[in-house]
Design a protein around this ligand. Structure first.
Ligand SMILES: CCCCCCCCCCCCCCCCCCCC(=O)SCCNC(=O)CCNC(=O)[C@H](O)C(C)(C)COP(=O)(O)OP(=O)(O)OC[C@H]1O[C@@H](n2cnc3c(N)ncnc32)[C@H](O)[C@@H]1OP(=O)(O)O
Ligand SMILES: NC(=O)C1=CN([C@@H]2O[C@H](COP(=O)(O)OP(=O)(O)OC[C@H]3O[C@@H](n4cnc5c(N)ncnc54)[C@H](OP(=O)(O)O)[C@@H]3O)[C@@H](O)[C@H]2O)C=CC1
Length: 499
């Protein structure tokens, strides 16, 4: 059997979502480890005033591509941007581009999606389901297509506790839903969304389940693989440890905790953190097949390693010292939100107001609470995924491919991975310089002193108020003071005697 790199040699690959987190890693890995690949056609839309060519060229300048740039300075020549807006009819691909794709593409990787948890249903359906349908129609016209790899999510069926490597019946026939939503206005769709998504927590997991069903409906005419990654995090090894470029999933939680903003979070301490490094997912994707991951590394341990890393490698200008705690108790969490989030935010905003600046801390906390509450569903429970297909696939790889396209997470050292992940958020998401760590540590010491001073003043104030109002408190106070005084006199007397 040909090795994976040999298989891709001479092939033309079509990628959607290439500018996204996982798409970028896929493009990089293909260019670096499959140097014989003929062309990567990437479907990209213009965005934020930038043309698609400009976006792709900027993407390839980023640090992620440093290694491949060193190995092959001309690597960018293989990447061919194709203008496409996936929410438009025919994916808004020009007839010329369409003919080119139909004539030469051999493998399609469909990564594009909206991964927002609060996406209105109509838009999530448009991008995650209808665009998938349209891409499949295009794929069916391709003369030399060998594989269509669809990236789904392990949580597409999160309404079930045990998830097998099968496509479950959809919550509703996708075509019927598409037809119904077409005539409804946004308000109507918003009203019926909770009824439609049922036990699923958001429109994202719901539409990803529908997309799987759409892919399955075409599976008799195409060679199809569906990959279901769990929570995708920073890279483990490739192209270097800790690469990450977004706030999604755990990354935002880690950053908020490192900045000392997030102090409490409702989650099940013993729940398994189904985190999987992005390079592992991409290796598995390239090795093609089904995938689900179950990694026994609980949230409680993650909390410990995140906090310890950020204490040793602090983020710049932290709001407070990193000290976040996970609790499964609703009331305890609410208490800490009040005391450790809202109260300090209120005080800080008051300080900003008094010093003539615009208050913003409460706004930051409100956004944080919204983001955290959207993650709560996933951080409070456990799932069990069958991963027989992954084991089967591993058994088919040659020893060389097992190294180059490694997806054996049993070799992963979790504390080291989390440390690199946190440092990655500092370096690549927040663009902070590692040489500023001494200043950041100094800042944490300053925050600690402020906290001690504040706590002491608060204690004295409470005590004063208490003493002024209660005879009993006064008696206790006099008793404690006189006891201290007696001890002092005793020690002074005994030290005079020994001298
Ligand atoms: C307590 C100590 C640590 C202990 C460790 C415990 C770890 C527990 C981790 C548990 C996490 C569980 C995660 C489960 C996820 C499972 C999901 C399944 C996986 C998937 O299939 S897909 C990937 C998941 N998708 C997401 O994560 C997307 C979630 N995000 C959203 O839906 C929206 O961004 C959100 C949160 C609704 C916010 O929307 P909005 O207010 O409109 O803001 P924007 O998205 O436009 O962003 C504006 C601005 O803010 C930045 N941003 C976004 N999110 C965060 C964040 N969490 N923290 C900080 N900043 C954030 C964003 O980059 C934008 O910045 P700009 O500079 O571009 O303006
Ligand atoms: N990240 C995770 O934890 C997980 C992700 N997944 C799945 O992996 C895939 C990739 O996710 P990820 O890389 O994290 O997502 P990102 O949000 O980082 O990337 C999404 C990609 O889709 C593109 N896209 C979105 N809307 C359109 C549109 N209308 N037209 C053209 N392109 C569009 C984006 O392009 P643009 O740059 O123009 O916005 C971007 O390239 C998704 O299918 C997701 O469901 C599954 C499990 C976990």
């Amino acid at each position: 059997m040909a090795s994976i790199a040999d298989y891709y040699a001479g092939k033309s690959v079509l990628i959607t979502g290439a500018t996204g987190f996982m798409g970028k890693v896929l493009v990089e890995k293909l260019l670096r480890c499959c140097p014989g690949v003929s062309a990567l056609y990437v479907l990209v839309r213009p965005k934020a005033g930038q043309s698609m060519q400009q976006r792709v060229s900027d993407m390839m300048k980023c640090k992620l591509f440093d290694r491949v740039r060193e190995e092959d300075p001309d690597f960018h020549k293989k990447v061919v941007p194709i203008s496409s807006e996936l929410t438009q009819p025919g994916l808004a691909i020009s007839p010329q581009d369409e003919s080119k794709l139909v004539a030469c593409v051999n493998i399609v990787f469909h990564c594009a999606a909206t991964i927002r948890f609060d996406e209105p249903l109509k838009h999530a359906l448009q991008l995650n389901v209808i665009a998938t349908q349209q891409l499949l129609s295009l794929a069916k016209q391709m003369h030399n297509l060998e594989a269509f790899v669809h990236i789904s999510t392990a949580y597409a069926n999160c309404n079930r506790r045990h998830i097998d490597e099968v496509i479950y019946p959809p919550p509703v026939e996708p075509k019927k839903l598409i037809d119904s939503l077409e005539w409804m206005d946004d308000g109507m769709v918003r009203d019926i969304t909770p009824r439609l998504i049922g036990e699923r927590p958001n429109t994202y997991t719901y539409t990803k389940a529908l997309a799987e069903c759409v892919v399955q409906q075409e599976s008799d005419k195409l060679n199809i693989a569906i990959i279901r990654p769990s929570i995708v995090g920073a890279s483990w090894q490739e192209p270097f440890p800790g690469w990450i470029d977004n706030f999604n999933g755990p990354s935002g939680v880690f950053i908020a905790a490192g900045k000392g903003i997030l102090r409490t979070m409702r989650a099940n301490n013993d729940a398994v953190a189904d985190l999987i490094p992005v390079d592992v997912v991409i290796n598995l994707t390239l090795a093609a097949g089904w995938y689900t991951a179950v990694i026994l590394y609980c949230l409680h341990l993650q909390e410990y390693h995140v906090m310890s890393t950020f204490k040793r490698n602090p983020l710049e200008q932290a709001f407070r010292r990193p000290n976040a705690n996970i609790t499964s108790n609703y009331l305890i969490n609410q208490y800490w939100i009040l005391v450790s989030h809202k109260f300090p935010a209120l005080l800080y905003d008051l300080y900003l107001r008094l010093s003539g600046q615009k208050p913003h801390m409460m706004r930051i906390f409100n956004r944080l609470h919204k983001a955290i509450s959207l993650l709560e569903y996933f951080s409070s429970q456990d799932w069990e995924w069958n991963s027989d297909n992954m084991s089967m696939l591993m058994g088919h790889l040659s020893p060389e491919d097992r190294k180059t396209f490694n997806f054996d997470v049993r070799q992963l050292n979790w504390p080291e991975y989390i440390e690199n992940y946190c440092i990655g958020t500092k370096k690549y998401v927040l663009n902070e310089d590692m040489s500023d760590i001494p200043a950041a540590r100094q800042h944490l010491r300053k925050l600690r002193n402020i906290r001690y001073t504040f706590n002491t003043l608060l204690l004295v104030f409470i005590w004063r108020v208490f003493i002024a109002r209660s005879q009993m408190a006064r008696n206790i106070w006099y008793f404690v003071v006189s006891l201290c005084f007696k001890f002092l006199s005793y020690f002074r007397a005994s030290s005079t005697l020994t001298n």
